[in-house]
Write a protein that binds this ligand. Structure first.
Ligand SMILES: Cc1cc2nc3c(=O)[nH]c(=O)nc-3n(C[C@H](O)[C@H](O)[C@H](O)COP(=O)(O)OP(=O)(O)OC[C@H]3O[C@@H](n4cnc5c(N)ncnc54)[C@H](O)[C@@H]3O)c2cc1C
Length: 299
């Protein structure tokens, strides 16, 4: 049921989805939002203006895109569960090392968020100090967010005088949306929790979530089929805490990420390095295309 939004201007992604014959559908926002401005006033139903640029979702969720791309590659060429811990120049090659695995390569493209790369992978010779400092101050988009979803038997939020779109300044869920599947046979609400709640237990977060939803929908909010959450800062292969506070998208697409390193054998890609739409899937595809063109031109 999971799905990632893409904007209508995300042309690289739209084109890729078309080439892979994957379908999209419009994210339901509706014409009303449950709005909670301050804790001392009750939430109310506000009108939403028409959205000229609706967001789209991938039918079947974003894993459909990953599976479709993987199907184009020789399965033996894909190593899953292989965490690279070291990159080293040796003779005319660059050597990538994981537990018990040594890969001798001509070129390596890292798609790790830059702050993860410089903190988790030991490079020899060391990467330039200016790149290390920049990577430490580069934001991993949504890296510290908490994504939540609740499945329900019925989409009760679609009743008159209700909505599945929630905007709350009170929280802990600041925003939430109807996340039912494309066929409209499974019903869910999906939203985000303030990242500060990462230190609570899952049960404590769920309690906060249902308490907030009960304010809008009553007791039916407690009758969920299942609750799902991902605390992204606990995802060791996606997130590494920044040493200092960084702003959203800070240093994304910086010119230093466009250069090659380790004698031209290491390229940086991944969405945070993208010059266009960094942080989003569109940026990831944009950076992949740019780096592939660079390598093919220089070969
Ligand atoms: C909660 C959340 C919601 C989001 N919502 C949206 C949205 O609605 N729309 C949108 O466009 N984007 C959204 N994004 C952003 C989108 O997910 C990213 O832009 C996209 O996944 C980035 O792709 P990538 O290939 O650059 O990096 P990643 O997807 O992070 O890929 C990097 C890969 O490197 C692997 N890796 C890490 N360390 C190592 C290692 N040492 N050795 C080997 N492999 C390693 C990881 O396992 C991972 O598979 C969201 C992100 C989050 C967290």
């Amino acid at each position: 049921m999971g799905a990632t939004w893409l904007g209508v201007k995300h042309t690289h992604l739209t084109q890729l989805l078309q080439e892979l014959e994957l379908k999209t559908f419009e994210q339901v926002i509706g014409d009303k939002v449950i709005y909670e401005a301050i804790s001392t006033s009750p939430p109310y139903l506000a009108s939403l203006p028409p959205n000229p640029e609706p967001s789209l979702r991938i039918v079947g969720g974003s894993s459909t895109l990953i599976n479709a791309l993987a199907a184009k590659i020789d399965p033996q060429a894909i190593l899953l569960d292989t965490c690279i811990t070291e990159l080293k120049l040796k003779d005319d090659s660059i050597i990538a090392t994981s537990e018990g695995i040594v890969l001798r390569c001509n070129t390596i493209i890292s798609t790790l968020p830059p702050n993860l790369l410089i903190n988790k992978i030991h490079c020899s010779p060391t990467l330039p100090a200016e790149l290390i400092n920049l990577a430490k101050q580069t934001h991993t988009w949504m890296g510290d967010s908490i994504k939540i979803a609740l499945r329900y038997a019925e989409p009760f939020w679609r009743a008159e005088n209700s909505s599945g779109t929630i905007m709350s300044n009170v929280g802990p869920i600041p925003e939430m949306y109807d996340h039912s599947n494309a066929e409209d046979t499974h019903y869910a609400l999906m939203g985000f929790l303030n990242g500060a709640f990462h230190s609570l237990t899952k049960a404590e977060r769920l309690q906060l979530v249902t308490t907030q939803l009960k304010k809008y929908y009553g007791k039916v909010a407690e009758q969920y089929i299942s609750y799902h959450e991902t605390v992204w800062r606990n995802e060791a292969h996606s997130f590494y805490p920044n040493e200092d506070h960084v702003l959203p998208h800070q240093n994304n697409g910086h010119p230093l990420f466009q250069k090659s390193y380790l004698e031209g054998k290491l390229y940086l890609a991944g969405t945070e390095t993208a010059e266009h739409y960094p942080g989003y899937m569109e940026g990831a595809i944009h950076s992949a295309t740019t780096v592939a063109e660079k390598i093919l031109t220089e070969a």
